[in-house]
Design a protein around this ligand. Structure first.
Ligand code: PMV
Length: 314
């Protein structure tokens, strides 16, 4: 093993969360300005030490903590590289708020897998990277579609359908997404389980899943036609379906209302919901500043802006 350091970044699901678990398409955006960095240094005393905001201690003691998914991933990587007892210090330095629907667990997994491969001088292709990340995502989330890992490792917006290779998309030329953190912990596993239970108890709920899939197709059309009004309408319609599925939260609704009353042309939760973040679409950078300020006044603990014009690929 040699010293190595690799990165990944946050993601925001623009449309199709939850429906994507059931085979509908979704679109997610990499947010490269919100970064995750992992660094590993070998050590001679055989200790296996992890430093992160979520967990600080030995690999062995991480088994029954919130870090257990990543710990299992690390143990399997060590086996893969024939070095289960190798000593190391692993530092995880993250700008992503954990458990807010921004892909913190997937971004950690991606950066960890990349770092171990670099430390053992082994290249890894993208499909293998996603398979490795799935190990911890399964432990943390239960039934992950794979969209988080795909987007936290991508440099372009992703059209994602479960079980298929993600496809890159080009963004509209104008429009600014404001991402706002409610400060309330999202609960991916609980939200995914709640939706599964609703669908079993009340099969009519399936209509919301189908409708969300349809809205993902509409979003791709809005991208292709540079139609941000359509995109805004689609986002607000998606929020109605997500609310009906039971994954919103009063504070998310407060933020969405504040955004809509202060110039946003669409707003919705992003990720699994029950807390976490919202996305609001503003037509211009000036409008985005007004929306950001209104969201802060309404209780958002942090806001970020994602200006489509700065993320053009052609
Ligand atoms: O809460 P997050 O950011 O992990 O988003 C999960 C997205 C879901 O569609 C709710 C679940 C999944 O695995 O696709």
């Amino acid at each position: 093993m040699k010293s190595a350091s690799e990165t990944s970044h946050a993601k925001a699901i623009l449309i199709g969360e939850h429906a994507v678990v059931y085979g509908e398409p979704a679109i997610a955006l990499p947010v490269p300005t919100i970064r995750m960095r992992v660094a590993i240094d070998p050590r001679d005393d055989g200790e296996q030490i992890i430093h992160s905001a979520m967990y600080d201690g030995t690999l062995a003691a991480a088994a029954n903590t919130r870090f257990s998914g990543i710990a299992t991933l690390i143990r399997q990587l060590l086996v893969r590289f024939n070095a289960p007892t190798a000593g190391f210090t692993l530092n995880i330095i993250s700008d992503l708020p954990p458990e807010r629907g921004m892909g913190s667990s997937a971004a950690t997994a991606i950066a960890v897998v990349r770092t171990f491969h670099a430390a053992f001088s082994t290249p890894i292709d993208h499909a293998a990277l996603l398979r490795w990340a799935d190990i911890s995502e399964r432990i943390i989330h239960g039934n992950p579609s794979g969209i988080d890992a795909a987007t936290c490792s991508a440099d372009r917006p992703q059209w994602f359908t479960r079980g298929q290779a993600p496809m890159p998309l080009s963004l509209p030329r104008t429009g600014v997404l404001v991402i706002a953190d409610s400060g309330i912990q999202g609960q991916t596993r609980l939200a995914v389980n709640d939706v599964a239970t609703s669908l079993t108890v009340n099969p009519a709920m399936r209509d919301h899943i189908t409708a969300l899939g349809h809205l993902t197709h509409q979003t791709a059309l809005a991208f292709a036609q540079d139609d941000i009004q359509l995109l805004g309408n689609v986002m607000s319609t998606a929020q109605m379906h997500l609310r009906a599925l039971g994954v919103s939260h009063p504070q998310l609704e407060t933020l969405i209302t504040a955004a809509s009353q202060n110039g946003a042309i669409g707003a919705k939760l992003t990720g699994s919901g029950l807390g976490g973040c919202i996305l609001a679409l503003a037509p211009t950078p000036e409008a985005a500043d007004t929306v950001s300020a209104a969201l802060t006044t309404a209780g958002a603990t942090q806001t970020w802006q994602f200006d489509f014009s700065r993320h053009q690929t052609q």
